[in-house]
Write a protein that binds this ligand. Structure first.
Ligand code: ADE
Ligand code: ZN
Length: 339
């Protein structure tokens, strides 16, 4: 049996998805029209329609090729209603796939450089979070991600702003992370930010070992002191036994994204996803969608792709989802409900 029905009904938690990465081409075009944003169709015919754009998403060459579409796509998000519609659409879709708790990323710097205030985004997301909690019972947390292709000074400024505006103290923001291009920007570059976040007493994560080498995962753990690694897949496909053992013994959660890895050519196909190695090593991990509008599926499609390739049993899935709950950043009370 395929277990797809079981997987659809299984209560899930998601830890690695970028709200801007849930912008479906149809909503992208709708908001572009509403806000008078011109898409670069004269230089890239993929922007002719939602259909042609979706088709183009099937052929990303690498992370940076994807990111160029991701940043253009999110440029249609202007006012509070846009950000609220984006987040509520994701919470609705995730709830329909039985996601009970989601910890989601957003990229404030990608909006502030277009003149969109942090407070606009936060107000919109809070409203979507409250509405989704009421409508579906889903609990959600926001992780602010800073962009690695911008200077450290700008990451520090945005972090300070979020701190000074009280978004960590009032619980609106649950953690800090980093994303965007990886290879030219190793973890050591961001030590000052992660030291400040540690000092401030908040949760810390970083995208590492997606395109970058296993060394970057080790650096993130040792030098930045992160508690979680987003992706980290290359620690398994190319890392040494010591790094794998370290991830297991420290119970570091890896937030893995199999369909994303295939679409961005981080792995050749789902069959190269190191699922057996993860399970045999006893690493704590979760399965996630990353940028579902760009990579051909939400969390359930990621679960099903793994199931079709690796033919897991119900016990395997219970182990995976239990580890995911234990690695969550919600309250102990909420964890107990999710277990
Ligand atoms: N931003 C959105 N998705 C990302 C990914 N998979 N890697 C790095 N930065 C991202
Ligand atoms: Zn990501």
């Amino acid at each position: 049996t395929s277990l797809h029905t079981f997987l659809a009904a299984l209560p899930k938690v998601e830890h690695h998805m970028h709200l801007e990465g849930s912008l479906e081409p149809e909503l992208l075009f709708k908001l572009a029209a509403k806000n008078g944003i011109t898409l670069p169709v004269s230089t890239d015919p993929a922007f002719a329609s939602a259909e042609s754009l979706r088709k183009r998403y099937e052929n990303f060459q690498n992370l940076d090729d994807f990111l160029s579409y991701y940043y253009i796509g999110m440029s249609v998000l202007i006012d509070e209603t846009d950000f609220e519609a984006l987040a509520y659409a994701y919470f609705t879709k995730a709830s329909s796939q039985n996601v009970r708790h989601a910890e989601v990323f957003f990229d404030p710097q990608a909006h502030s450089r277009r003149g969109v205030e942090l407070s606009t985004i936060i107000k919109a997301f809070r409203r979507a979070q409250e509405k989704a909690a009421h409508d579906f019972g889903i609990t959600t947390q926001l992780i602010m991600c800073l962009l690695r292709h911008l200077p450290l000074s700008e990451a520090m400024e945005t972090f300070s702003q979020a701190r000074n505006e009280g978004y960590y103290d009032d619980g609106t923001l649950a953690a800090v992370g980093m994303d965007s291009s990886e290879s030219p920007f190793p973890p050591f570059m961001w030590k000052e930010l992660y030291d400040a976040a540690k000092e401030f007493g908040i949760r810390r994560t970083i995208h590492a070992g997606e395109e970058g080498p296993p060394l970057y995962v080790a650096q993130a753990l040792e030098l930045l002191g992160v508690e979680r690694i987003d992706h980290g897949v290359r620690a398994l496909t190319e890392g040494d036994d010591a790094l794998v053992a370290r991830l297991a013994s420290s119970k570091t959660l890896l937030t893995l994204c199999p369909l994303s890895n295939v679409r961005l050519n981080c792995i050749n196909s789902i069959s190269s996803f190191p699922l057996r190695r993860l399970m045999d090593a006893g690493i704590r991990f979760s399965i996630n969608s990353d940028d579902p509008a760009y990579f051909g599926g939400y969390i359930l499609e990621n679960y099903c792709a793994l199931q079709d390739e690796f033919n897991l049993d119900i016990g395997d899935w219970e182990t995976i989802t239990r580890g995911a709950v234990l690695g969550s950043w919600c309250s102990e009370e909420r964890k107990a409900q999710l277990l």
